[in-house]
Design a protein around this ligand. Structure first.
Ligand code: TA6
Length: 289
């Protein structure tokens, strides 16, 4: 089905009204619309703050920001020149064309290699490939991190897909299964906690990094839900700032925290090291109810 390419965005639409929009800046999937499983009512599945910059001036507040080569604040020496969450989400990627196209599914690819200004700050070779596949009732995104064979050093990195899932009201949102997992509670100063809840909620400001995550998540809210299946991501982050933090974020639309939850598959509680020629792959598949 038609793939529309402009300087700043790539759009794909399928016959059933499913559609995806990907900014070349950050290869961010800023919009995915799909019908309900009953085939009716095409709905926007991702949150995008109305106050978010989309001109490449700063990270997008919504969609799926790509976090690479590290998550959170930089603590390795080679990362200290970068802002939190690294540069994957704030670099201009290259649209690399259609990978596959049928009546029911289309895959497009984006690539990021070190630009001149990245090379100055980050003296490591890498090739990132990001494949976005839209089908009639699912969306998948795959991130491949390669340390090129020509590289003379290992590449040590983290990676995370920072999904802003449209869900409302936030008081009704639940995420499962996370029971018995250990998580770092960043709202409470980074204490380690064992999750006791069968259904995790975000009624209070939540910023939790779960380790050894199951790779399959059921996100539910009043009148809706989405299942996320992942491979390659050993951890998952659950984040909603709620009003106390969200209202202080310059690019957060008024009340935005009421309309999303971030459920973020990641490789973030440890470091992955790639020898020259090695590749790491992380994939997520979204299936709305
Ligand atoms: O993934 C959760 C988190 O690490 C939170 O701590 C919060 O900082 C969020 O990411 C958004 O980060 P940003 O740099 O986009 O404001």
């Amino acid at each position: 089905m038609p793939v529309t390419v402009s300087e700043s965005k790539v759009s794909v639409e399928l016959a059933n009204g499913s559609a995806v929009e990907i900014l070349v800046f950050g290869a961010n999937v800023i919009s995915w619309r799909s019908p309900n499983v009953d085939g009716h009512g095409v709905k926007e599945r991702f949150f995008l703050s109305k106050k978010s910059a989309l001109d490449g001036s700063k990270a997008v507040r919504g969609g799926i920001p790509i976090v690479f080569p590290f998550f959170g604040s930089p603590n390795r020496e080679e990362h200290k020149v970068f802002p939190s969450h690294g540069f994957g989400r704030t670099e201009k990627w290259k649209y690399d064309g259609i990978v596959s196209e049928t009546k029911s599914s289309t895959s497009v690819k984006f690539v990021l290699e070190p630009s001149a200004h990245i090379k100055v700050k980050f003296p490591f070779q890498f090739i990132l490939q990001y494949i976005v596949t839209i089908s009639l009732h699912e969306l998948s995104t795959t991130l491949r991190v390669t340390n090129p064979a020509s590289s003379t050093s290992t590449l040590t990195h983290q990676a995370l897909l920072h999904n802003y899932i449209a869900a409302h009201p936030s008081s009704s949102i639940t995420i499962a299964p996370l029971t018995d997992l250990t998580y770092t509670d960043k709202v409470k100063g980074g204490v380690e906690v064992v999750e006791q809840r069968a259904l995790v909620d975000v009624k209070e400001s939540t910023d939790s990094v779960y380790k050894g995550a199951p790779g399959e998540y059921h996100v539910r809210w009043t009148g809706g839900g989405v299942d996320i299946k992942t491979t390659g991501f050993p951890d998952v982050v659950v984040w909603n700032p709620q009003k106390e933090i969200g209202s202080k974020m310059a690019d957060m639309e008024d009340g935005g925290w009421e309309r999303y939850v971030c459920v973020e598959p990641g490789f973030v509680s440890a470091w992955n090291t790639l020898a020259p020629g090695e590749t790491w792959v992380g994939t997520q598949i979204f299936r709305p109810l």
